[in-house]
Ligand binder design. Structure first.
Ligand code: SF4
Ligand code: SF4
Ligand code: SF4
Length: 337
């Protein structure tokens, strides 16, 4: 037996709004362990910050292709546009310039600046662009903690996706994600959790991720994770100044742009973090300066969350008590050096 979102809310309401609904068996998917193995056909993105020019074409196409509001030209309020829930208030649906991931923004380009910000991709007196979105963990903590089976991992392409009809609104997924990705639609009467789903609907049609499709420089490319890992390693093995044919849109693409290799900071973000992620990142500026923690656990987090979840006799003992425990487990390294 499974519990739908509507049924769950009915149960909670009939118990006077208390967060206890004892004796309710949950969806079988929630009780399945999360695989720690990368599916051989898994797909993902490689974002190379040294190629990014900050044009935000990736954000616009993400919004267009995933039916989230977007557009340009905020006419009213210029030069300071009115903000609404972290996003610039939309005007004629042509543009927006969100400041954070949100229920309306699944992918965001931000800017790092230091000192005089003269040189691109340099930590001191430099600047850099960087991209935030779901990293599609190989073994996702969000899937492992969802008691309703609303978060799932595609067994073929590995995309971590969300079924709104199953969601009971506990937001364990938000607490469990070590990268702080899932966002809740606080301004909606019937809120859902929103995050990048690796354009799973487009992949089903044989298309690539919309952000990679729109990127003019090849800063964001789509492909099989195993190929993306090799591509990232090849770039890191070259010396600054060497010329390299960077593929555009997808790894191995024939359309390339010949450019000198920039200086890369150590490591490929996503190779080992949280046990590995399907989206990877290269950068000239150390990842920690961009807000990507290097102290994220290097093993799959569900081994911790599952140990906790498995002890719950599948009754709601208290959403907030459980949520706090999950948050502490998946962020246990946050304060370590
Ligand atoms: S980054 Fe967060 S939301 Fe995305 S798959 Fe990993 S745990 Fe889930
Ligand atoms: S993969 Fe799709 S949903 Fe995810 S950030 Fe790119 S365009 Fe947006
Ligand atoms: S489309 Fe490409 S170059 Fe433009 S902001 Fe996005 S990642 Fe950077």
């Amino acid at each position: 037996m499974t519990v739908s979102r509507r049924k769950f809310l009915k149960i909670v309401a009939s118990s006077g709004g208390a967060l206890v609904a004892s004796g309710v068996p949950l969806a079988p998917q929630a009780q399945a362990r999360v695989s720690t193995v990368l599916p051989p056909q898994a797909t993902g993105l490689l974002y190379d910050a040294t190629l990014c020019v900050g044009c935000k074409a990736c954000m616009v196409n993400c919004k267009t292709q995933n039916s989230v509001p977007g557009g340009a030209l905020y006419k009213s309020g210029w030069p300071m546009p009115p903000y609404e829930n972290g996003d610039i208030k939309l005007n004629n649906g042509i543009w927006d310039a969100p400041r954070e991931l949100s229920g309306k923004t699944l992918n965001i380009i931000k800017v790092y600046k230091n000192g005089s910000a003269e040189v691109k991709d340099r930590a001191i007196n430099g600047y850099a662009f960087f991209k935030q979105q779901c990293l599609h963990c190989v073994s996702p903590a969000c899937v492992s903690v969802c008691p309703a089976g609303a978060f799932r991992k595609d067994p073929v392409n590995g995309a971590v996706y969300y079924l709104a009809d199953r969601c009971i609104g506990c937001r364990y997924c938000q607490l469990a994600c070590p990268f702080g990705v899932p966002r809740y639609e606080w301004d909606s009467a019937w809120p859902e959790v929103r995050k990048c789903q690796l354009c799973r609907h487009r992949q089903a049609e044989g298309k690539i991720a919309a952000c990679a499709e729109a990127c003019p420089t090849g800063a964001t490319i789509f492909g099989k994770v195993l190929d993306l890992r090799e591509e990232a390693k090849r770039r890191q093995a070259l010396r600054p100044g060497d010329e390299y044919p960077f593929p555009i849109q997808k790894v191995g693409a024939r359309e390339t742009t010949l450019r000198p290799i920039a200086h890369y900071t150590d490591g490929i973000y996503g190779l080992v973090e949280a046990g590995g992620t399907q989206n990877l990142m290269l950068s000239g500026v150390p990842f920690e300066l961009l807000g990507f923690g290097r102290n994220i656990a290097k093993y799959d987090l569900p081994r911790l969350t599952w140990a906790y979840i498995a002890k719950i006799p599948w009754v709601f003992l208290g959403v907030f008590v459980g949520g706090t425990a999950i948050y502490k487990m998946t962020h246990r390294n946050d304060k370590e050096g």
